[in-house]
Design a binder for this molecule. Structure first.
Ligand code: NAP
Length: 322
């Protein structure tokens, strides 16, 4: 009897348990080498596939989606962000798009908190000093950072991750300010101060943490004009998407000391990124590891598969974005 299971093209190597479930329930076309697909060739690789399971490293723009074979019914991305997928083009072709919210919230909020602390305290440069043999002795005036306790944290985008960061920061006695497209429910606000615009919030942010999606409205949100609204020596953290920041403006503000420090997990055009960051001692730089825990990456894979299972059972997938 022929194998009737749907064919799923998986663009990257996934955690072992996720690939095992994929192979159990689908005719999975896996990527054993984990090499990145050239977006232009993705439609050819999808020949005969019923669904694609891509990652944020794949660019499914309008041209790629238009070229996908008619057999493709769903795109189940292994990420909560979907700025790498042209949703309108997918909708126009009747292709369902799903993402993996919630399961990566805690891990990503942890990395935001880690960056807030590391940037404020200069953990990376202190560690580099020690590793390079430059540590002479404990010094009353050495390696002085900024205290986060009692400071104001501004959250741009009080969604799942923004709220989880606020929760963590309350544990450090930080006062929470936020802006979003709308105020959140009182229980989610938990005493945070809502500002109707970013411009109204920025002067209150000793630390600014970005948690909105990358959209045409948020692209280059943090530019020179908005940096100028932050208090002197503020700290900026970005675990959302690199394109939300104007790199030239952020680098200039870090270089001049207008901003005390920055912590970045994501970069415009990554994995290439503005090389100006490398020369800055006051920038903590991580290579997009927000969701990178064993538990979370497994959960992201299982969530993507839950979505595909629903699609192929004729049910509404739990995390449909288009
Ligand atoms: P979410 O729950 O949708 O939260 C995003 C929030 O931003 C929503 O409340 C949204 O409001 C708000 N927002 C949208 N546009 C805005 C604007 N122009 N101004 C102000 N607020 C705006 O998403 P999430 O799960 O927290 O994830 C947030 C982002 O984090 C993702 O999109 C992804 O890019 C990034 N991320 C990064 C990593 C990493 O590894 N570093 C991991 C996970 C996620 P509305 O709902 O009203 O639009």
């Amino acid at each position: 009897m022929s194998d009737q299971r749907p064919v799923v093209l998986v663009t990257r190597r996934l955690p072992e348990a996720v690939e095992a479930r994929l192979q159990r329930d689908y005719r999975a076309v896996l990527n054993g080498t984990d090499a990145l697909y050239d977006p232009a060739t993705l439609p050819q690789h999808c020949e005969g596939a019923d669904a694609v399971l891509p990652c944020p490293t794949d660019r499914l723009d309008a041209a790629v989606i238009a070229a996908l074979p008619a057999s493709v019914k769903a795109i189940a991305t292994f990420s909560v962000g979907y700025d790498h997928i042209d949703l309108a083009a997918a909708k126009a072709r009747g292709i369902i798009v799903t993402n993996t919210p919630d399961v990566l919230t805690a891990a990503t909020a942890d990395i935001a908190m880690l960056l807030i602390l590391a940037a404020a305290r200069g953990a990376h440069s202190a560690e580099a000093l020690l590793r390079m043999g430059g540590w002479q002795a404990w010094a009353p005036t050495g390696q002085l950072g900024l205290e986060v306790t009692g400071k104001r944290l501004g959250i741009f985008g009080m969604g799942r991750i923004g709220r989880a960061v606020a929760k963590r920061a309350r544990g450090f006695d930080m006062a929470i300010h936020y802006t979003d497209t709308n105020p959140v429910a009182a229980e989610d606000e938990a005493g945070a101060v809502y500002h109707a615009s970013a411009e109204a919030m920025l002067p209150h942010c000793d630390v600014l943490s970005l948690h909105c999606p990358l959209t045409p409205e948020t692209r280059r949100f943090l530019n020179a004009e908005r940096i100028a609204l932050l208090p002197e020596r503020a700290v900026v953290v970005n675990t959302a998407r690199g394109g939300i920041v104007d790199d030239e403006a952020l680098i200039a503000a870090l270089k001049s000391g207008r901003l005390a420090a920055a912590g970045l997990d994501v970069y415009d055009g990554e994995p290439r990124f503005h090389q100006g960051y490398l020369a800055l001692e006051n920038a903590v730089l991580l290579p997009h590891i927000g969701s990178a825990t064993v538990e979370t990456r497994n959960a992201m894979g299982f969530t993507a598969l839950d979505n595909l299972d629903a699609v192929f059972a004729g049910r509404e997938p739990p995390n449909r974005v288009a």
